[in-house]
Design a protein around this ligand. Sequence first.
Ligand code: ADP
Length: 490
Amino acid sequence: MYIVQVASECAPVIKAGGLGDVVYGLSRELEGQGHCVEIILPKYDCMRYDQVWGMHDAYRDLWVPWNGGAIHTSVYCGWVHGRLCFFIEPHSAENFFNRGHYYGGLDDHMRFAFFSKAALEFLLKSNKRPDIIHCHDWQTGMLPAMLYEMYSHHGMNSQRVCYTVHNFKHQGVAGADVLWATGLNNDAYYYQYDRLQDNFNPTAINFMKAGIVYANYTNTVSPHHAWEARYSDISCGLGHTLEVHNKKFGGILNGVDYEVWNPETDKHIPHNYGATSFDKKAKNKAALRERLLLRDVDRPIVAYIGRLDDQKGVHLVHHAIYYAIANNAQFVLLGSATASHIGSWFWHEKQNLNDNPDCHLELGFNEELSHLIYAGADIMVVPSNYEPCGLTQILGLRYGTVPVVRGVGGLVNTVFDRDHDKDHAPEKRNGYVFHQTDNHALESALNRAIGLWHDYPKEFEQLALQGMEYDYSWSTPGEQYLGVYDHIRC
Ligand code: ADP
């Protein structure tokens, strides 16, 4: 099969969170199974050019119809750790992708509507006719609408779209200016409830709704989150749309790229180890302490890695820091804030805790350091308010770092409480789960994890080893996506 992924991220060249990991990992898996995969991305000024090999012109003078005129665009091509990627660079006064950041512009809806249109125009003009176009998140939600309403009339009528929602919170709600800019010139037609009209704001269109309505199949990134999306308010107003389209909606658990994330071969950690050489994990703990200037004491390291965002339960992350250091543990945090008030809050905490030898807060994005933390920490805390899939608990499991998670979304599908899980035999349990969003709930689980580490070290190690046995690679989800592609293709 010939598959084109269209996304706003692909790790490690463009990564703000799990979306980047998924686009890369899934593509590698599909290629490994013999399929042809290409990836179309924006060419941001701030992406990691050191992660692209052999960048060259792929299409120099692409004129993308836009706002009644056309924007002169170049498409570059290069390999990102073996994956063939195309990078879209518009040459216009708006400087869509030269802003020093991936997201956060007031005109993000225009930037990514343009990106989606440019991706289609590139496929059309370069005579690429994939079997499947796989779109991700709101940024590419307009693509299936434009494909069906416009490009199918220009010869692209056998392309089928799989649309994956990684996070319902960001939907891309915009005005009619997007319709005029993209050439979907029929407001009355698109501003209908069963097409692009936002479910709650009748004067707006909704990119994610467009994706769900027009794609041939839509999924979110875990079975439990798919259930939550249909039966709770977690889909942020799209519940009815999912109900209407429920026959083409499902949940596929994300995988993790076990080539990139493998403690036995990981180049970012000083001491490789596996289940049979688990004692070497302690050396990574020592290296982590040395790097972050933590003292060497007989305590577990509790870690948090992730965006500092309301979604992630920042108030509980904050509480976990103080709870851990007051209860015979150390704490390491690696996170970048997504809102300025959260950023200043954690900078303030960082200053407060600066001289504490049991705690280190690293504020920013650091891929390499994240590997050392997964390897060196004992416990990984994931107290999310909601979590479509969550990768940090899966990565924790892979590195023998016991997850302590809130029981929502994909965390329910991946972590099974050592003491209370009813569906898994004791030897299949792999972490700790709590349910409520208050401090006591977090404490009830974190306390059990820290207590086991201190009082029953052999059992704690056994729990970590049980976690390492789980296979959360792309192999199963890869098969599931192929099943979907096969089902929808012509
Ligand atoms: P998200 O909601 O951000 O997609 P996930 O848990 O699905 O959360 O994926 C997070 C991914 O991003 C993981 O690979 C994690 O290691 C990585 N990550 C998050 N924040 C940082 C950071 N500050 N530095 C390095 N890696 C990070």
